[in-house]
Design a protein around this ligand. Structure first.
Ligand code: BG6
Length: 469
């Protein structure tokens, strides 16, 4: 019988999370190739360009210039007592075209320096291998993940970075929010549809290739980095039935399953039995090769990383769509929303963590949670983002309650500890940071950094291991 835990464990990991494409900029520097995010003019939710257009503004091209300013930025993270920092390796810095024979040494060197700096400043690097950064050449030349060849290219990339960073990086994630293949396959997997094709067929076939790639990467990881941990990552903001009408409840469960299926495959190691029904209803027939299912069974993830921002509700038969923060349906009358319509629900985090731990029984890591808001600079030049402090306080309290409920949680990396480009919309105005970056939606501003009120507050939270609230 396990004892009741009333506090955050001593080795709990606290920090922040960003993604290379939303922060680094330097989009063609030091031999980097174009990646899928290079064509995001208005974020992943809107149409993106496969051909980069001259004279069009793409916010990811400069982003917040983390590529050149990471030392200054990580010094600020150290001031906030972070012991973990999550970012991604942009695949196209290492293999500019994705199918190159040899890696780009300048790209490898950049991440060597970046990880050294994190470690020097007391932060464990938590590294995502693919965060909406598939090399654009792979999209154009091969149709991205719809093509089985992508497995080999991804594996080559993984082996390269596992070998190179095995002594520096102990925590890895494979695909960011892989379940967004369902609703945002352009960003999540570089999938663009041809006219008249069965889109569900393409999505599930491409996802299968990613599952095989995930397992093969884990297989190599176990050999190259035997003492490190590798997880999968899903967008798991939750959805409630809008009412207790049985049809609302049932259809909500079905919707949730379509996300959890991704975790089921990568954690339990097999396609759950309900998959057959989903595929039959959608007219999907996934082509597998002999050995695929065995591989998926043998090489599963050590932990589950999740993003959790909000909840939504679902009404039977009503539309439901995908967004960076998670699935979105009918607004919930009981909770408030941000200006972007994201409904704030700390108890939903506790609910979700319990749901996931009951299902998977492996450690969970909240690798994204945060509040995107409009921040105003007052006459004294200060930013009083009390709303952000409230958001985190309430979510961290929920986290603590989940620990008391018996859930095994490895850590919490707040999303966007420094303002970065919004993945969903490409805006800078949707700010998450404890650190303000002087840059606007049109790309104007000095890029200077400034601490917001939440900066000291979060530093104090981490210093106290979350036990001061
Ligand atoms: C997650 C993504 O979906 O949500 C991040 O992993 C993203 O890349 C975050 O930035 C917040 O979404 P947005 O659209 O507000 O940037």
């Amino acid at each position: 019988m396990k004892k009741l835990k009333t506090e955050f464990p001593k080795n709990f990991m606290w920090g922040g999370a960003i993604a290379a494409n939303q922060a680094e900029g330097a989009y063609l520097e030091d031999g980097k190739g174009l990646d899928i995010s290079s064509g995001f003019a208005n974020g992943i939710k809107h149409e993106h360009d496969i051909e980069i257009q001259k004279d069009k503004y793409y916010p990811t091209h400069d982003a917040i210039d983390f590529y050149h300013r990471y030392k200054e930025d990580l010094a600020l993270m150290e001031e906030m007592n972070f012991n973990v920092f999550r970012t991604s390796i942009n695949w196209s810095r290492i293999f500019p075209n994705g199918d190159d024979e040899t890696p780009n040494e300048a790209g490898l060197k950049y991440y060597d320096d970046l990880f050294d700096e994190m470690i020097k400043r007391g932060m464990e690097p938590l590294i995502t291998l693919s965060h909406y950064e598939t090399p654009l050449n792979l999209v154009k030349k091969y149709g991205s993940w719809r093509n089985r060849k992508l497995i080999d290219f991804f594996l080559n990339y993984c082996e390269t970075v596992f070998n190179r960073y095995k002594d520096k990086v102990k925590y890895w994630l494979t695909f960011n929010e892989i379940n967004n293949m369902r609703r945002m396959p352009g960003g999540a997997g570089g999938i663009f549809f041809e006219e008249g094709e069965n889109q569900q067929q393409v999505i599930y076939q491409a996802s299968h290739h990613m599952f095989v790639a995930n397992s093969l990467a884990i297989k190599r990881f176990r050999e190259i980095c035997p003492n490190s941990k590798i997880g999968c990552m899903l967008s798991l903001s939750n959805v409630y039935p809008h009412t207790c009408k049985p049809e609302d409840v049932f259809e909500t469960m079905e919707l949730r399953r379509r996300s959890l299926m991704f975790g089921d495959v990568m954690i339990r190691g097999y396609y759950p039995s309900y998959t057959a029904r989903i595929w039959a209803d959608e007219g999907v027939e996934v082509q597998m090769e002999p050995g695929d299912e065995e591989l998926i069974r043998c090489y599963t993830c050590d932990f589950l990383g999740i993003s959790y921002y909000r909840t939504s509700t679902h009404e039977y038969g009503q539309p439901f769509y995908g967004d960076t923060g998670g699935d979105q349906g009918t607004p919930n009358p009981y909770i408030e929303a941000t200006p972007w319509g994201w409904q704030i629900d700390p108890l939903g985090l506790r609910f979700t963590l319990n749901e996931l731990y009951d299902r998977y029984q492996i450690p969970l890591f909240v690798v994204e949670n945060g509040l995107g808001q409009v921040d105003e600079i007052d006459d004294q030049g200060e930013i009083h983002d009390d709303y952000r402090i409230d958001y985190i306080k309430n979510h961290v309290k929920a986290l603590k309650e989940a620990i008391k409920d018996g859930v095994d949680i490895m850590g919490y990396t707040y999303w966007g500890p420094i303002d970065i480009v919004s993945a969903g919309t490409g805006e800078m105005a949707k700010r998450y940071g404890f650190i303000y970056v002087d840059r606007d939606n049109e790309g104007k501003g000095t890029m200077d950094r400034k601490k917001k009120a939440s900066f000291e507050w979060y530093a104090d939270l981490v210093k106290n291991n979350g036990n001061n609230i």
